[in-house]
Design a protein. Structure first.
Ligand code: HSE
Length: 401
C-alpha cells in the first residue's frame, strides 16, 4: 500500500516518523505494509531520510497508479483543496489534519469520496490526537446530539494554564507554545479563537449532518483576558477556558467560541496544558467526554495515521459520513443564554444592581476601585441591553449551572 504525504512540516514529518517507527504493528493491523512513496514539499531537506522520497511535483504523485492514499498536511486552503479534490476524483483516499479545508469544503469532498468509493478522513482536524471525529460519526450514532462543548485549542489552553500556574507573561508562553509545535503558523488563529471556531464548525456540521459555516459563528479569543480576570475567577473558585460550544434548542442550532468561567465540578475544568477535551451530549446517551493531547507533532500524526490505516483497510469502500452541503442556519447570538461575570467602576454599583439580576459579587483587595459580580442567566441580547448605561471594564461568560 503506497502513500504520498503532501507537506513535510510539523505534522507531515510526524506522519513520516509514525509510519516508519510503528510499521510492523501497522502492517499487522492493515494486513499489508504501508510505504511512503512520496513526500511533497517545496523545500529541500539535505541529510533527512525524507530526501529519498522527496518530490516538488504533485503531478508525479497523481500520475503514479501505485499511490492509493494521500496524506494532506499542507495546511491552508490552496492548493490543498485542488490537490485533495483531484486525488478523490481519481479514486484515491485522502487523510488530513487541515481543519480550515475540512471546515470550508468538507461536505463537498465527502460527497466526492462517496461518489468515487474512496474516503476523505479528517480525524486530526479536531482535538489533535483525540479520536473525537470517529466517536461522533461511528459511535454516537443512535442519538440526537443535544450539545457539543470543548476545549479545542491546545495552544491557548497551554498558555492560560501557564499564565495561571506560573504567572507567566502572554508573549513568553505563546513563544513556548510555538517552540513546542502547538501553535498555528500564524498564531493569531489560535489566540483569536479562529482555530477553535473551525473545529466547532466541523463538530457541529457532523453532529447535525449539515454544513455549518465558520464565518457564522460568533468568535472571541483569549487576547482580552487579563491577570485581573484570572484572579477574580480564582476567587470565585472557577477557571477560565476558551470553549467552542454548540447546542440545539427548540429545533435551532446555536454556536459560539469564547472564553468562559467554569465551576470546579465541570469535567472540562481540570483540563490543563496542551490537553483538549470534548464533551458530547446525546439525548439517550447523556454525556461522553473525549480527552487527550490537542496539539503537537506525534499525537496529531498518530490521528492522521489512524485514518491512513482506516483508508487502507477499506479499499474501494466508502465509510459513510453524514455532512450534507446544504447550509445549516444558526440561531442568533442575541438569543444564546449565559451567565455573565462583569467588572464596572465601584461608583456604578447602585446602577449595576438596579439594572441587572446579580447572583453573587466578588471582591479583590487589590482592586477596591471595581465592583465585580456574576449575573443570573440571561440572553446575550438582554445582557447587552441591561449594561448599555454601564461602563463595563470587562465581561467574561460564566457557565449556567
Ligand atoms: N494550533 C492548534 C492548537 C493545533 O493549538 O490546538 C492543533 O489543531
Amino acid at each position: 500500500m503506497k502513500v504520498a504525504i503532501l507537506g513535510y512540516g510539523t505534522v507531515g514529518s510526524g506522519v513520516f516518523d509514525v509510519l516508519q517507527e510503528n510499521k510492523e504493528i501497522i502492517a499487522k493491523r492493515v494486513g499489508a505494509p504501508i510505504e511512503v512513496k512520496y513526500v511533497l514539499d517545496l523545500r529541500e531537506f539535505p541529510g533527512d531520510p525524507v530526501e529519498e522520497v522527496l518530490t516538488h511535483d504533485f503531478q508525479e504523485i497523481i500520475n503514479d497508479p501505485e499511490v492509493a492514499i494521500l496524506v494532506e498536511v499542507m495546511g491552508g486552503l490552496h492548493p490543498a483543496y485542488e490537490f485533495s479534490k483531484q486525488a478523490l476524483l481519481s479514486g484515491r483516499s485522502v487523510c488530513t489534519s487541515n481543519k480550515e479545508l475540512v471546515a470550508k469544503h468538507g461536505a463537498e469532498l465527502i460527497r466526492i469520496a462517496q461518489e468515487q468509493k474512496c474516503n476523505y478522513l479528517f480525524e486530526a482536524s479536531v482535538g489533535g490526537g483525540i479520536p473525537v471525529i470517529r466517536q461522533l460519526i461511528r459511535s454516537i450514532t443512535a442519538d440526537e446530539v443535544e450539545k457539543v462543548c470543548g476545549i479545542l485549542n491546545g495552544t491557548t489552553n497551554y498558555m492560560m494554564t501557564k499564565m495561571r500556574e506560573q504567572g507567566a507573561a502572554f508573549d513568553e508562553v505563546l513563544k513556548r507554545a510555538q517552540e513546542k509545535g502547538y501553535a498555528e503558523r500564524n498564531p493569531a488563529a489560535d489566540i483569536e479563537g479562529h482555530d477553535a471556531c473551525r473545529k466547532i464548525a466541523i463538530l457541529t456540521s457532523l453532529a447535525y449532518g449539515r454544513q455549518v459555516d465558520y464565518e457564522d459563528i460568533y468568535t472571541e479569543g483569549i487576547t482580552e483576558i487579563s491577570d485581573v480576570d484570572v484572579a477574580y475567577a480564582n476567587k470565585l473558585g472557577m477557571g477560565i477556558k476558551l470553549l467552542g460550544e454548540s447546542y440545539r434548542k427548540d429545533g435551532t442550532v446555536y454556536a459560539m467560541v469564547a472564553p468562559k468561567m467554569l465551576y470546579a465540578d465541570n469535567p472540562l475544568y481540570p483540563v490543563n496544558g496542551v490537553f483538549n477535551a470534548i464533551l458530547i451530549r446525546g439525548n439517550k446517551l447523556d454525556d461522553v467526554m473525549c480527552y487527550g493531547r490537542g496539539a503537537g507533532k506525534l499525537p496529531t500524526a498518530s490521528a492522521v495515521v489512524s485514518d491512513v490505516i482506516d483508508a487502507a483497510k477499506h479499499p474501494n469502500v466508502n465509510i459513510p459520513i453524514l455532512w450534507e452541503e446544504e447550509k445549516l442556519e444558526l440561531g442568533s447570538r442575541e438569543a444564546m443564554v449565559n451567565a455573565f461575570f462583569a467588572r464596572v467602576p465601584a461608583e456604578e454599583k447602585p446602577k449595576a444592581e438596579a439594572a441587572l439580576p446579580i447572583a453573587r459579587t466578588v471582591e479583590l483587595a487589590e482592586h477596591p476601585e471595581e465592583f465585580a459580580f456574576v449575573t443570573e442567566p440571561m440572553t446575550e441580547g438582554e445582557f447587552a441591553r441591561k449594561t448599555a448605561e454601564l461602563t463595563v471594564i470587562h465581561m467574561v461568560r460564566v457557565e449556567v449551572k
